[in-house]
Design a protein around this ligand. Structure first.
Ligand code: PMP
Length: 372
């Protein structure tokens, strides 16, 4: 089976598996314990992984808080800012094309008395900077905008948004789940990004582990938020719970691999994408339409309408040979809110399938589409 659903999740890199295994067996220590070897080994392994992720995103190690993944990071940051900073204001700005872990959190906060502005997006799912500028008010405490869209791959202009939020003195969170390990990001170039979320399974690491980046101020104090999980005080008191060392080690290895291979992978995946598009165009010509922008997007994410074909039927019939999805894996039971927000009609949404590539794919694997 050809796996083309890498925006939903990716396969674990073999080196990630090898790095994790000892921490499921002999290296079982709790990194919060002291003095004896398995605890020290676990502590050092967590330190190394934190450092690898820090290098991948260009943050300090102390700015990384391990979580169970982006759903938790998004919840922790948005609810945590809302709770801690509500005396400064109760207005949050987001977009109509966020992942449900952002949208549902914002909707929940509306029930608790917060006002949320949901920005419109352009035809490719990007916000317009002027819209954001016009919506920032005195009582705005947080802007939360996705870095790269999970259905269309479009990248927002995070540099400009970061600068605007810095200038307006508003916290800025970006859900970077789909871009970490896929495009080069150095957070020191984005001083206005206060918070960021990521999940390891999107870049060939294990599931159930991710991180929140929380920026430190000039006194090395993390931006204050109310924790989601109270307890033993791990992760600087922001995320309690015994650390999942094996998963953290896997995330760290995946980050290390991404650092070393990102340039090569971008080139490879862009080449694969061009090849796949050429096959599809040859085969289906005017029966298909591409929803995604070709520029300024995550490599390897394609959103295509197969005109007249119900996407559920298509995905199901392709399933024995090619794994693709109708859009985001999390919302496949309802028509995509992302595609509706970019102005597609309900029919166009229902014709849409997402293909997402990875560096594990070989060009000849894609020839399968010639035989369909
Ligand atoms: N944000 C985005 C943009 C995503 O694509 C996903 C995963 N589909 C998430 C958040 C949630 O990640 P996880 O399921 O790993 O918590």
């Amino acid at each position: 089976m050809l796996y083309l659903d890498n925006s939903a999740t990716t396969q674990i890199h073999p080196e990630v598996k090898d790095a994790m295994l000892p921490f499921l067996m002999e290296e079982f220590g709790n990194p919060s314990s002291k003095y004896y070897l398995v605890a020290e080994n676990a502590k050092n392994a967590v330190k190394k992984a934190r450092s690898a992720l820090g290098s991948l995103i260009g943050s300090k190690d102390s700015e990384i808080i391990f979580t169970s993944g982006s759903t938790e990071s998004n919840n922790m940051i948005i609810k945590g800012v809302a709770d801690f900073h509500s005396d400064k204001g109760k207005h949050i700005i987001t977009t109509k094309v966020e992942h449900p872990s952002v949208l549902e959190t914002c909707k929940y906060l509306e029930t608790k008395g917060f006002e949320v502005t949901y920005l419109d997006v352009d035809e490719y799912g990007r916000i317009l900077l002027d819209d954001l500028r016009n919506q920032i008010k005195k009582n705005t405490i947080l802007v939360t905008i996705i870095w790269g869209n999970n259905e269309l791959g479009s990248l927002n202009d995070i540099k400009a948004i970061s600068e605007l939020c810095l200038q307006k003195n508003v916290f800025f969170h970006s859900d970077a789940t789909q871009v970490i390990g896929k495009i080069k990001i150095n957070l020191s170039d984005y001083p206005g990004v206060t918070f960021l979320s990521c999940s390891s399974h999107k870049f060939h690491g294990p599931k159930g582990i991710g991180a929140a980046f929380i920026r430190e101020d000039q006194y090395h104090i993390l931006t204050m938020i109310t924790p989601l999980l109270h307890g033993g005080g791990q992760e600087q008191g922001i995320r309690s719970g015994t650390l999942a060392v094996h998963n953290i080690v896997g995330l760290g290895k995946a980050a290390e691999i991404a650092i070393n291979s990102i340039s090569e992978n971008i080139q490879k995946i862009n080449k694969l994408e061009k090849y796949l598009i050429s096959i599809l165009k040859d085969k289906f010509s005017n029966q298909i339409h591409f929803n995604n922008d070709n520029d300024n997007k995550i490599p390897g994410v394609i959103s295509i309408q197969f005109k007249g074909i119900n996407n559920e039927v298509l995905v199901k019939s392709l399933a024995p040979i090619v794994a693709v999805s109708t859009g985001s894996a999390c919302s496949s039971s309802k028509p995509s809110h992302v595609l509706s927000a970019i102005g597609l009609t309900i029919d166009e949404v229902i014709f849409t399938v997402r293909f997402s590539l990875s560096s594990f794919i070989k060009e000849e694997d894609l020839d399968i589409f010639k035989q369909l």
